[in-house]
Ligand binder design. Structure first.
Ligand SMILES: Nc1nc2c(ncn2[C@@H]2O[C@H](COP(=O)(O)OP(=O)(O)O)[C@@H](O)[C@H]2O)c(=O)[nH]1
Ligand SMILES: [Mg+2]
Length: 870
């Protein structure tokens, strides 16, 4: 350090010329340098103004933390006579005050001017700091050298809230009790979540009722159920039907016929199950209308048991289809890259066994090999469901206290035992007090149990614990959310989850409401109030917007809400006019994609498409606010048309002959618009991906490419190149740009440049082809699927281990992948340094065509390396 230079430019020589390098760095805010100096063993506390004090005066809190962590002395004064706690309290540096208190710093020392930390915080209006000091046990009656208490100081400076806080603590004498509430105890805060999924009529509600019924109730339940059996909507008893997956491939009917009362929305109940304890039970209706909101409630939780119910009255193929649907649905809604311990358990439950020819053993266990067979078939089709239990519970859901219910309860009890350890030390008195308080809060907000986070905090502080910091409250809300006691979304806290799932969403997504909803799906708040008068419309609309169900649009000064789920406007003719002169010339551009879910997964897009429409609308609104008002979006039932000056695109949800759903995206532009088209398509894909990530981060998506030649000719049913064909061809070609694929519809070849780049070879420089990308670029769901295939030992040893050898990993590295706690394949895929092309080749060489196909179908075809905005 050039001392003469710093002396020359320093305005107060007393403060600078004797500084060490650490003091300079701390003052200037060079975190890296501070770290380096600490590592090199420099003295931390050189005075008279130590580095810690200097960093704090400049509010360089990150540096202050590093210094404290490194052991800087926090009980020394600087040249002004201040301790670090004084500076932090004056400036309101809550994190630092917190850290100092945690380190046991004395909080009652006076400054040279005779002020205590509490006085400094009170004088400067830092209520968060005041709370922190009080929680840390600081004497609230402490007086300054003029014999004045801090609450009086606060009043003098106009900080009435602080004065009130201190006053209340003093008057009630509860300070110590409240402070103790904030400290975690050694108790676990564990509430299991039991989730029930399954088609309508499989017995979810009955199971929940039986679970909660006592012995007396159970006798009554049996007799009531006997009368209702005949009304169950189902196919005839026929377990003899052959597994016929082709003819009834997609007979996944979500109808709830029959005259039993199907559950609306999500029914949420808190139950105290014997031998298990408090459990939140979530029944998800099997009615399709409700599926678009389930992702909000199916987050991965290690403390959950998810039951997938199916009825043994249905044919085996229907059983398998339904179970596969629900497992895929669940997998799609959870991020795919968590350690398996984060997902909770999944178990199949076969119901209606009393209506089959199955028999019971002496202890009441049903013997029904068909149920186990369903599970085995499902495991073959979806081998990558984390924590899917290897046995099925077989039951008559209407007989509580029977053997299968004991089985279910003991599974829950075991899960609880496993989770206890992880949650030990998370219970606080604050949580306990809040749980007790929630009842009265729900009563106060009975009409509309939704609060903003700030109102919740305010009430909690005034009615439960005035010392709770923002951080305490945030943590508390998270705990309550995972327990199912409240539901937090964005800035809102719903304090009655059963109201949210049953009354609000149950009603608004019911088929009855759909039937009478506005065809356009567009409501003003008055319209909405008129069709839904159970609660305040504006409040409900805010909540629905936070749940991504609707988008608020400002149409020339009038506020309207667009609900794509209600939109039942039919497709207009002429939306994609083949005669439009702009797109009829020889040089006009056409291109498009189809998004599929992998073979064997059905019906996954329907509940997601409205979210894509919400996201498209938001993208347009964002563009409007950027003054780029050339964008236009028109939406109808399961379709959207997005236009950008000269370009047009059509985004629709379609179904093919075998009822396979896919999303189709078509783009067109006039002469010389290839680059624009390419980036426009990319932009739309980003918007769609955004919705997909939000709703179903675990869904595996395949991108197939539509024939540009046929799109341009407006052929009916243009040829669509499957992604695996494209990737295989790219892998085999000398150079990717040489790839040309055969289109049987027109008996001609189309080149990769035509398929991907709107024939513009200049774009090649902005693209990196899929096979050359690293395996880390594979989406998490692909990796999870590969884990399902490659983790289990294989007869000829062709598993993750041989793959690792092929990919060139040395013995040491392979040994390092071996761990009991997570998937070997996942570790291999996150650590190995190889390209996607090399992975496919290795899998082929190993003769693991199953795994190779997964990668071929779902790996990205290309990635853009240079973004251009259009
Ligand atoms: N015989 C018999 N009937 C059942 C069983 N489970 C449900 N049911 C009947 O099937 C109908 C639909 O049941 P419910 O629990 O409401 O189905 P959910 O739509 O899955 O909630 C009701 O009439 C039930 O009594 C079962 O295991 N055996
Ligand atoms: Mg039900």
């Amino acid at each position: 350090m050039n001392t003469s230079l710093s002396r020359g430019c320093s305005y107060s020589p007393r403060e600078s010329f004797e500084y060490t390098a650490l003091q300079f760095a701390a003052r200037r805010g060079s975190l890296e340098q501070v770290r380096y100096l600490i590592e090199s063993g420099t003295d931390l506390d050189t005075g008279p103004d130590p580095a810690l004090h200097l960093a704090l005066r400049k509010q360089n809190t990150a540096i202050a933390h590093v210094l404290l962590h490194a052991g800087a002395d926090f009980e020394i004064k600087d040249s002004h006579g201040d301790y670090p706690i004084h500076i932090a309290c004056t400036l309101g540096l809550l994190d630092v005050v917190h850290a100092l208190c945690a380190l046991g710093c004395s909080v009652e020392v006076l400054t040279a001017k005779g002020l205590s930390p509490l006085h400094l915080a009170a004088k400067n209006g830092h209520i968060h700091v005041v709370r922190c000091l009080c929680a840390a046990g600081c004497n609230i009656d402490i007086r300054n050298s003029d014999n004045i208490r801090a609450d009086i100081t606060a009043l003098k400076y106009g900080h009435n809230d602080i004065a009130e806080l201190l006053d209340r603590l003093r008057v009630t004498g509860q300070r110590d009790t409240l402070a103790r509430q904030l400290v975690p105890t050694s108790k676990p805060a564990l509430r299991l979540n039991l989730r029930l999924l399954g088609h309508c009529g499989v017995g979810k509600t009955s199971l929940v009722k039986s679970l909660s019924a006592g012995l007396f109730g159970s006798l009554f339940r049996r007799s009531s159920s006997l009368q209702s059996n005949k009304s169950r909507p189902s196919s005839p008893i026929n377990t003899q039907i052959e597994m016929d997956v082709t003819s009834r491939q997609n007979s996944l009917s979500f109808e709830s016929s029959g005259n039993y009362q199907s559950t609306n929305g999500i029914s949420v109940q808190n139950m105290d199950i014997s031998n298990v304890g408090e459990t939140t039970v979530w029944e998800f209706s099997g009615q399709e209308n409700y599926f678009p909101i389930y992702h909000h409630f199916l987050w991965p939780s290690p403390h959950s048991l998810t039951l997938v119910l199916f009825s043994l009255e249905d044919s085996p193929s229907i059983q398998v289809q339904q179970v596969c649907f629900w497992l895929n649905f669940l997998l799609a809604r959870q991020p795919a890259d968590l350690p398996s311990s984060e997902y909770g358990q999944v178990m199949l439950v076969a119901t209606h066994v009393d209506l089959t020819r199955a028999v019971k053993t002496q202890n009441g266990e049903w013997i029904c090999p068909d149920a186990q067979k369903t599970l085995e078939t499902v495991r073959k089709i979806i081998p990558h469901v984390p924590n899917l239990m290897s046995s099925v519970v077989i039951m008559d859901t209407n007989v509580p206290a029977s053997y299968p219910f004991k089985q279910l309860k003991s599974t829950l009890a075991e899960l609880k035992q496993e989770c206890l350890q992880q949650t030990v030390g998370t219970w606080t008195g604050l949580l306990e007090a809040t749980l007790a308080w929630l009842n009265s809060l729900q009563k106060d907000y009975e009409q509309f149990p939704v609060l903003s986070r700030s109102t919740f905090s305010e009430l909690l502080r005034s009615q439960v614990n005035i010392l709770a910091s923002d951080h305490h409250i945030q943590e508390l809300l998270q705990q309550l959310h995972f327990m199912g006691e409240v539901f937090c979304v964005q800035d809102l806290v719903v304090v009655s989850v059963s109201w949210l799932g049953g009354q609000l969403l149950g009603e608004l997504f019911s088929s009855d409401f759909f039937l009478h909803a506005r065809v356009t799906g567009v409501y003003t708040s008055e319209d909405f109030q008129a069709s839904f008068n159970q609660c305040d419309a504006l409040g409900a609309l805010d909540l629905l917007e936070a749940l991504d169900v609707c988008v608020q649009c400002d149409i020339e000064g009038e506020i309207e809400y667009e609900f794509p789920i209600y939109n039942h406007v039919e497709t207009l003719e002429g939306l994609w006019d083949s005669e439009d002169p702009r797109y009829a010339s020889k040089g006009s551009q056409y291109g498009g994609l189809r998004l599929y879910t992998p073979p064997g997964t059905y019906h996954q897009f329907k509940s997601i498409f409205p979210h894509i429409q919400v996201e498209l609308r938001r993208a347009i609104l964002a563009n409007y606010s950027n003054n780029d008002s050339d964008m236009d979006l028109y939406q109808w039932h399961l379709g959207s048309k997005l236009c950008n000056t000269e370009l047009e695109s059509l985004i629709t949800l379609e179904e093919d002959e075998v009822a396979l759903q896919f999303i189709e995206i078509k783009i067109r532009g006039p002469n010389n618009s290839s680059q624009y088209c390419f980036y426009f398509l990319e932009q739309i894909m980003q918007t769609i991906n955004h919705a997909l990530l939000r709703v179903c981060p675990g869904l595996l998506i395949e991108k197939h490419v539509l024939s540009p030649l046929e799109l341009k000719r407006h052929s009916e049913g243009p040829f669509c190149y499957p992604s695996d064909i494209i990737t295989t061809a790219m892998l085999e070609a000398e150079s990717t740009l040489d790839v040309a694929l055969y289109n049987p519809n027109v008996d001609a070849q189309e080149t990769i440049a035509q398929l991907i780049m709107f024939s513009d070879l200049d774009l090649a420089g902005n693209i990196q082809w899929g096979c050359a990308l690293r395996i880390q670029d594979l989406a998490p769901p692909i990796k999870l699927k590969l884990c399902g295939l490659l983790d289990p030992p294989e007869r000829h040893g062709r598993d993750w281990c041989l793959l690792a050898l092929r990919l060139g990993l040395c013995q040491d590295k392979i040994a390092a992948l071996d761990s009991q706690h997570s998937s070997h394949t996942m570790r291999l895929l996150t650590t190995a340094d190889c390209s996607i092309g090399a992975l496919i080749t290795s899998l082929h060489e190993l003769d693991r065509l199953d795994a190779a196909e997964v990668v071929l179908r779902s790996a990205p075809i290309f990635k853009i390396i240079e973004h251009v905005s259009v």
